[in-house]
Design a protein around this ligand. Sequence first.
Ligand code: GP9
Ligand code: MN
Length: 405
Amino acid sequence: DGNELSEILTYIDEETTDTSETDMYGIAKDKNVIFVWLESLQTFVINNELHGEEITPFLNDLIDDSYYFENFYHQTAQGKTSDSEFIAETSLYPLPSGAVYFTHSENTYQSLPDMLGESGYNTSVFHANSGSFWNRNVMYENLGVDHFYDVAAYDVTDTNQVGWGLKDKDFFKQSMKYLTSLEEPYYTRMITLTNHHPFTLGEEDATLAPFDSNSKTLNYYFQTVRYLDESLELFFEELKASGEYEDSVIVLMGDHYGISDFHDRSTASYLGKDEITPFDHIQLQRVPLYIHIPGEEGKVISDIAGQVDIKPTLLHLLGIEGSNDISFGTNLFGENRKDFIALRDGSFIADDVIYTKDTFYDRSTGEIMETTDDLLELKERAQHELTYSDQLIYGDLLRFHDLNK
Ligand code: GP9
Ligand code: MN
């Protein structure tokens, strides 16, 4: 009801709204946004090696001229990729169970595509899977996506597919003709697919020998990660050759983990650890986030960050004032950032502490900390925020809110 909504709006106003001015405001005004979804890519492979070789040479180099967030966490649950899409574009949390893309696809949302559409952007998604997977075709329409280039837009043959479908290199190549014909400015998301469990790749595409452990999944993960890295390099070349590059900001984001805790023993052996502790498990939920603005040097940012922060951050960079903005995240370049990143299961990351499985850990050492009232209060706040988000979604409360005021 109305009271519930006004309590939530007050919370958002007081706790998750950062109106501080920065010199990043509007830095990408009127530029195109090309937002690439990095399937199952985790941060632990970035700047790391296998058999003495870099796993992701292109992404490692890209850090040098991007804003790269090394402590950025995915916040997804059962909705996997679709949850990551939902979080990034609405700055709400996904649901504790099920996929909001299926269960609440008819709700009123205040989404990034909607808001950008109102600012004159043409919005689209590219993904070479069936349009109904994750109920995307229905949800995209609701979120204000003007056009969805699904599998029907692609030429998929016996030789250009592997695993889940069209190989990423072919996906990017074939997307170029559509991308270059989009009306500017455009906001588009490109969702990759090859680096998806069970991480299969043809021999002709494998340029890194597999890892050697009891987990076939982890062993071959490195190969498809390398393939994803190569396909991104190729995509950047295509963007430069076509002239799209210069007028665009390119955002790259990992959607969720690729290696589940089922493979912990092998993951520990790769990382040179005895075991994966609950603390390590949380740290393994980091996924890469790059904001690449051609002509800007960028920098490595170590502050904690999460997928809910994407929407307010992009609005800030594009110089779009969200006066009535409903976001649980905060602008990643702001001065008054919210001080915790909540994961869907109630675990959270704060500057000094990581909470998971009823235990507080020192964020820098991983040592167990004594529970204090301050820590318990932080835990309550994180839990509260998740509950508020759930209330908004279950009650479809944004339909009572003037989203454009
Ligand atoms: C499916 C692709 C993978 O279209 O986005 O989905 P996931 O299994 O990672 O949620
Ligand atoms: Mn995924």
